[in-house]
Write a protein that binds this ligand. Structure first.
Ligand code: DP6
Length: 378
């Protein structure tokens, strides 16, 4: 028997992937850029065992046994395709390549955190299988077949996924722009508004947007290419203002193309929008751009901000979104941080008291981190 265990990070895009040029190969309609988050706070952990005694491939997700062949199970097909691809890619299909595998995958954060975990999960599966089958070189194109955004989680730091132009997708791969050590001051706050399951899966949403949105055509052709260049430069130069502006604009445009789809659909809710207003009011009040928000296919916010600005903004958050008794505040046991009481004059400038924003269920404070790591090998 051969066993490998890996962990892999969650990644949060600052230039969003929204729309596919090829649905089967999962080839995106535009380039995207993300940051991989520290695995201490958030990660997927996968163990893959291969044995001549196993009768069939099997998979357990978060402790629950799933039927790998059941076509109704989400991503089942992708798992099988990936297993096949990984084995084929291994080339020297020796004995181990013939053995059936048992896969056990879980997250180190509760599903109640309502975070998209499929990117970390698929990246982790592929990293484990690649290690088991001794696959060298790029593995992002294999992870991509499981879930597009997963290809960015096979690397740490800031990562760019190029859409590529070839029809077989061989040039649609992810590459690191900068390691996590490049911008060590960068911090991330994840504010979980809602932990319910996605009401509209992103793959279904993307398809509808591709088919019906005129704004998406404009985005793909006239907005993203230039924005990707500016974002890469902002990251290399550690220019937070430019980084933040494009992060927010790109999130807004992704949600705008969802609304421009026909029929339209939305992911953000009232609390998400109040938070957007608060970030802009805060940036205006401090006469700078100190905080950036971004939203994926759900109402939960991810905020990018620098360490030096975090205590003040957390004080502002506590003031306008007082934590509930049972709010799970992960930052208290994560990185060291204390919210600073905001000054009266700052609160007066923000002056958003009239809004009744609601609450967060879960807050995570983290930073940029490494790519997948092998934990044990036997
Ligand atoms: C909103 O990677 O989940 O998070 O390729 O269909 O599995 P599939 O989609 P998925 O889409 C993620 C979209 C996003 C934006 C992003 O991460 O870039």
């Amino acid at each position: 028997m051969s066993t490998v265990t890996c962990i892999a990070p969650v990644n949060i895009a600052v230039i969003k992937y929204w729309g596919k040029r090829d649905e089967t190969l999962i080839l995106p309609a535009n380039d995207s850029i993300s940051a991989s988050l520290d695995t201490d706070q958030l990660c997927a952990k996968t163990t893959v065992m291969a044995s001549p005694n196993f009768k069939e491939d099997q998979i357990w997700l978060n402790g629950q046994k799933e039927d790998i062949r059941n076509p109704r199970l989400q991503n089942c097909l992708a798992e099988c395709i990936m297993l096949f691809l990984v084995r084929k890619r291994a080339g020297n299909v020796t004995q181990i390549g013939q053995w059936k595998v048992h896969i056990c995958s879980e997250n180190n954060f509760p599903t109640a955190a309502g975070l998209a975990s499929s990117a970390a999960g698929y990246a982790c599966l592929i990293a484990s299988l690649a290690n088991l089958y001794e696959i060298k070189g790029d593995i992002s194109s294999i992870a991509r077949v499981g879930s597009g955004s997963a290809c960015r989680s096979v690397l740490g730091g800031f990562v760019k996924w190029s859409m590529g132009s070839l029809s077989d997708g061989t040039d649609s791969i992810a590459k690191q722009i900068a390691p996590p050590t490049h911008w060590p001051e960068m911090r991330v706050l994840i504010l979980v508004v809602n932990d319910a399951k996605k009401k509209f899966p992103s793959s279904v949403g993307m398809k509808r947007t591709m088919e019906t949105s005129d704004l998406l055509k404009h985005r793909i052709k006239h907005v993203v290419p230039e924005r990707v260049n500016k974002m890469e430069r902002a990251i290399m130069e550690k220019d937070f203002k430019t980084f933040a502006e494009h992060t927010m604009k790109d999130s807004n445009q992704m949600h705008a193309v969802c609304l421009d789809s026909y029929p339209p659909f939305t992911y953000m809710n009232e609390i998400s929008h109040v938070l957007v207003d608060l970030v802009h009011l805060y940036n205006e009040a401090v006469n700078d751009t100190k905080v950036a928000y971004t939203f994926d296919a759900g109402p939960n916010a991810t905020l990018y901000l620098l360490e030096e600005n975090t205590p003040e903004f957390m004080g502002v958050l506590d003031y306008f979104f007082p934590p509930l008794e049972d709010t799970l505040v992960e930052y208290k046991k994560g990185l060291p941080i204390e919210a600073a009481k905001p000054s009266k004059s700052l609160l007066n400038k923000i002056n958003a008291k009239q809004q009744s924003p609601g609450r967060f269920k879960y807050i995570i404070y983290t930073q940029i981190g490494d790519g997948p790591k092998v934990l044990e090998d036997s």
